[in-house]
Design a binder for this molecule. Structure first.
Ligand code: C2E
Ligand code: MG
Ligand code: MG
Length: 712
């Protein structure tokens, strides 16, 4: 608690006082024992060379002996002539009379201060005792202890202490010290900070202030080994306001020496605000704002740690990557508030499936990840994904009741499926992508998937270049009136003609274009080029025919779909009734309300609407009531079987009948022979399309077809 030099000075002081008292006792004893043989001069002789200030004096001041030590301070003779003046000076008294002398003798120690012969201020503590009482006078011996240096030390100690206390107060630092680690002394600031009852506090009182979760840490601080270095730790303690606040505790534990006690203690600073800032920064850096679960950064940090632990301990984990099907459509159609609601709830569902050691995170947009500890159950990731799908579907209530909420998942295993956590995640994403296109797909990663995915990425890059280089071209396939045999329209079907002349069919690049932004560009081209070409044929004098174009789901759900179609019509000058948009039933039914809305907007323009590939998707005839379509395209699969399969025939003729009752025209896709044509005509089908009449062909070939058809 006190510095070394103060303790040393105190020890010297006490031992000197004991020594001087012993000398006084010795002198008195000698004097009494040899009453007649020892005189004043003998006593003076004894004291003369002692290493303490001494004066032998009579109370009538007739005899005053000053020893060597005191003479060196005062600068007087051994037996000064003006003894009284010397005594006044040595005892620091203004006046020397019976009263002042008596007082001085009575007090066990009289502190005198005077100016020494070299000008410095001298402080001496005198102790006086009666040596001999005589008739004419009494003889006294005063022994002094020079306090000059100790006083100086005391002064500097006091100012150091003041400095220390005010520094602590100014810096708002609490300090706590202990020599035995059982009782602690707290600085005034510490008392204030923690609202302590006193500056003395026991270990258990101190510990009770620490937050229960930080007590183990506190124990390790208190039991820390002696060390020269300053250590620090942060812990929560109950503050004066009664709430737990964060304190940074910088502490040191010093070993005791022969002259000093061991010392343990340190300084405490309130760092609550810094902690709150740190938490905020951590939140911003690691928590996803919309869903409140971990974000990609956190997933990557925790995931890599988990990956490394898994390698060391021989554990394994499943990494499941999930994607909400058609989320961009939901977001566009239901608005951001509903979109965010869906994301939040999806995150909430995922969170329920997190097991100890795992994590759920939102990676981006509608992309989520779930890390699950593997206990040898290979079905776990697929089963969990299915359970998530079931829970997710239940969210489609109220406003969202018209949409089907589904999600797809890809999964991989760690550490075996990648050299790092990132790679394992990428492989789970491979699995997800390779199944994409199908809603509610769940697919596990297999190394063979790389080839097709890498192929797709390459294809995507070269497709982007192809669009820029105008390598896309429309082919046209005739649609024939089954009664008259006359052409009534064409379907525009896209082709990618590579510079070397190879023709790439849409099945090979449309799905890839659909999974990227490229489909928008393709559709814009098809729409404008289809309208332009049809208008051109009209201008060339060919009979007016309907131009059918195909739309992908991402095009169809665009908010500005109507405006884009309208623009294309205006630009080309084509009348709306000569344009038809083909939609698949899967596309229309994925969000029926919105689809109906979009379809009505197109119908209002005067554009025709065809339901493509009918019979392959949901195939509910009741939808024919709701969807404002003008034409129903029977899927090729029915037509192929229609000659041999009675059921196929029954279905086709029933559909044609119902469509007719709803004033919806019908067309059969994929007619390849006359027999099929005959059956369909008899069943009441209005139109036909297929290789029997013509394969999809370039514009100039179709012109030839038109000319030929006009002649027949
Ligand atoms: P879809 O709209 O059902 O087009 C009909 C497909 O059936 C065409 O294939 C056509 O060549 C083929 N087909 C027609 N008659 C017969 C036949 O008698 N026998 C056989 N075996 N096949 C026949 P294509 O041109 O390969 O197009 C395939 C699909 O690609 C289309 O199916 C359509 O869904 C999509 N597609 C084509 N062009 C576009 C486009 O411009 N945009 C979008 N989004 N999709 C397109
Ligand atoms: Mg089509
Ligand atoms: Mg079709």
């Amino acid at each position: 608690m006190y510095p070394d030099y103060a303790i040393q000075a105190l020890t010297v002081y006490i031992s000197t006082m004991i020594f001087l008292t012993l000398i006084l006792i010795l002198i008195s004893w000698l004097y009494r024992k040899h009453k007649n043989s020892v005189d004043d001069t003998d006593i003076a002789g004894i004291t003369y060379d002692l290493n303490s200030e001494m004066i032998l004096w009579t109370d009538d001041f007739s005899d005053v002996y000053v020893n060597n030590k005191l003479r060196s301070l005062i600068g007087c003779a051994e037996k000064p002539v003006d003894g009284k003046e010397v005594l006044k000076l040595a005892f620091g008294l203004e006046d020397l009379n019976r009263d002042t002398l008596e007082k001085m003798i009575e007090s066990s120690s009289h502190e005198a201060r005077f100016k020494g012969q070299n000008g410095g201020l001298v402080t001496i503590a005198w102790s006086t005792s009666l040596v001999k009482k005589r008739k004419k006078n009494s003889l006294y011996l005063s022994t002094g202890f020079n306090l000059t240096n100790i006083r100086k030390m005391k002064l500097s100690l006091a100012s150091a202490n003041d400095f220390f206390n005010s520094s602590m107060e100014l810096a708002e630092i609490g300090v706590v010290m202990s020599t035995d680690r059982k009782k602690f002394r707290a600085s005034p600031e510490m008392v204030r900070m923690l609202d302590l009852k006193s500056s003395s506090i026991t270990l258990s009182e101190f510990r009770s202030l620490v937050h229960p979760n930080d007590r183990i840490q506190f124990d390790s601080v208190v039991n820390s080994k002696d060390s020269a270095e300053v250590r620090s730790t942060d812990m929560r303690m109950r503050s004066a306001e009664g709430t737990y606040r964060w304190y940074s505790y910088r502490y040191k534990s010093i070993k005791g020496t022969a002259h000093t006690l061991p010392l343990f203690g340190g300084a405490i600073i309130d760092v609550t605000e810094e902690h709150e800032k740190d938490l905020l920064i951590e939140r911003l850096a690691y928590i996803d704002e919309v869903t409140d679960i971990a974000n990609r950064n956190k997933l990557m940090v925790v995931g890599q740690e988990t990956y490394e632990t898994a390698q060391i301990l021989g554990y394994s984990y499943w990494v499941v990557v999930l994607d909400i099907d058609r989320f961009h459509i939901i977001n566009d159609t239901c608005g951001y508030t509903n979109g965010n609601y869906i994301l939040k709830n999806f995150a909430h569902i995922l969170y329920k499936f997190v097991t100890p050691g795992g994590i759920a995170a939102r990676m981006s947009g509608d992309n989520f990840a779930l890390v699950l500890r593997d206990y040898g159950d290979d079905e776990l990731p697929a089963r969990t994904a299915r359970d998530i799908q079931d829970e997710f579907a239940k969210l489609a209530v109220d406003e969202l009741s018209a949409i089907s909420l589904t999600c797809s998942a890809g999964y991989s295993k760690m550490p075996e499926d990648g050299r790092s956590f990132l790679e394992v995640v990428e492989h789970a994403e491979f699995a997800l992508k390779s199944a994409s296109g199908f809603q509610s797909s769940i697919c596990g990663y297999e190394p063979s998937m790389h080839d097709s995915i890498i192929g797709n990425t390459e294809l995507e890059k070269s497709l982007a270049v192809a669009i820029q280089n105008n390598e896309l071209q429309l082919f046209y396939q005739p649609k024939i009136n089954l009664e008259t045999g006359k052409i009534m329209g064409v379907e525009a079907l896209i082709r990618w003609i590579k510079p070397d002349g190879t023709v790439v069919k849409p099945d090979q690049f449309v799905p890839i274009a659909e999974s990227s932004h490229l489909i928008g560009k393709i559709s814009e081209f098809v729409l404008n080029e289809g309208c332009r070409q049809n208008m051109m044929w009209q201008k060339m004098g060919y009979p007016n025919i309907v131009m059918s174009i195909n739309f992908a789901s991402s095009d169809f759900y665009q908010k500005d779909l109507r405006d884009k179609v309208f623009e294309a019509l205006v630009k080309s000058g084509l009348e709306p009734k000569w344009l038809e948009v083909e939609l698949t039933e899967t596309l229309a039914l994925s969000d029926i309300n919105y689809a109906v809305d979009q379809m009505n907007k197109l119908r209002d323009l005067g554009v025709k609407l065809a339901m493509d590939d009918f019979g392959t998707g949901y195939s509910s005839l009741s939808y024919l009531q709701i969807l404002p379509i003008t034409l129903l395209k029977l899927d090729r699969s029915f037509i192929t079987d229609i000659e041999s399969d009675n059921i196929a025939y029954e279905i086709v003729s029933a559909v044609i009948r119902i469509a007719k009752s709803k004033k919806i025209e019908t067309i059969a896709e994929g007619i390849e022979n006359k027999n099929q044509e005959d059956i369909l005509r008899k069943a009441g089908c209005d139109y036909g399309q297929g290789y029997l009449y013509g394969k999809p062909m370039p514009a100039n070939k179709l012109q030839e077809f038109l000319e030929q058809n006009m002649k027949n």
